[in-house]
Design a protein around this ligand. Sequence first.
Ligand code: COA
Length: 339
Amino acid sequence: MAHAAVVAAVAGHLPPHVVTNHELAQRFDTTEEWIRTRTGIVQRHHVRAGTATSDLAAEAGRRALASAGEDHADVVIVATTTPDRPCPATAPTVASKLGLTGVAAYDIAAVCTGFLYALQAGASAVAAGAARRALVIGAETFSTLLDPSDRTTGVIFGDGAGAVLLRAGARGEAGAIEAVHLGSDGTLADLITVRAGGSEQRAHPDDEAHADPYFRMDGRPVFMAAVRRMTESAHTVLRRTGWAVDDLDHLVGHQANIRILHAVAERLGLPPERALVNLDRVGNTAAASIPLALAHGRRERRLGTGDRVLLTAFGGGATWGAAALTWPDLPDLQHPPAT
Ligand code: COA
């Protein structure tokens, strides 16, 4: 049988501080009901000053390794929009925090699609024999990018991390990554952007008056492009696997907005209850969103061994993608972590 990467563990981690809609309704010109009905989000977690993305990523990675009974991965890939610093990458710090100094470690930047890009990189390394085990992490501290006066982004985003450990295996076995599709359209770069801090708009003291350091998003076109591209990408991986829509047990879409998830399910012809949802509790955690949803689905025993799972995401770039896998046979969590 053909070589494939197989999921050996899934884990998540959220910082303890919870921010409710009620709290945000006092901070912004909005209401608890607007946030809940327009996005599906009820609460999200934010880091306190002093907690970096690498802290969340390392904890999710540690839990993934522990749940597989492993203490080593040959490569650590961190998908993030909120690295600890613009330079160097965050993944080497995460690897060292896990006691893995010396292994290959690099970041991937594809905003909310970041986890799928990282999954493709990790799965390819494992399937090609370049790594026996790959630790693929999505981690964000998005709260650090938010404009305190912007109610649109302020109510949506949350912080967190999710991790998947991949091992070498064969296509067709439970847990195998069966197909991944990725895409991009750079003409849409302005729809989701942080302008300052790169080569275009330097983070230089002299530029401070003109630089915009905050995350900006044009919500409505993002919404429409997300529904279209996530649906198209889902169809592409279904074609590659030969699975029919009816064969799908779970749609695990990027947790951006409940209305996006239901629109994608509807366009695919899936009942809305097959869309796994945890954004009510965590908000949009960008690159961490899909692995965190998988971790929650696992903890709540919503995913069964052999179930057919379709992942799909859209994010800044613009970028999008989808992946098809079967759910692995994972040991029951003896003491499931709170997140
Ligand atoms: N509270 C109250 N009103 C708000 C608001 C808030 N927190 N945020 C925006 N609004 C207002 C807008 O100002 C606008 O007012 P106007 O009509 O007077 O101009 C109105 O709500 C409608 O704005 P619109 O953007 O059309 O609303 P929407 O139904 O599309 O919902 C988003 C806004 C941001 C929730 C939605 O577009 C969305 O989820 N987009 C995708 C975001 C995303 O997930 N991005 C991550 C990358 S995929």
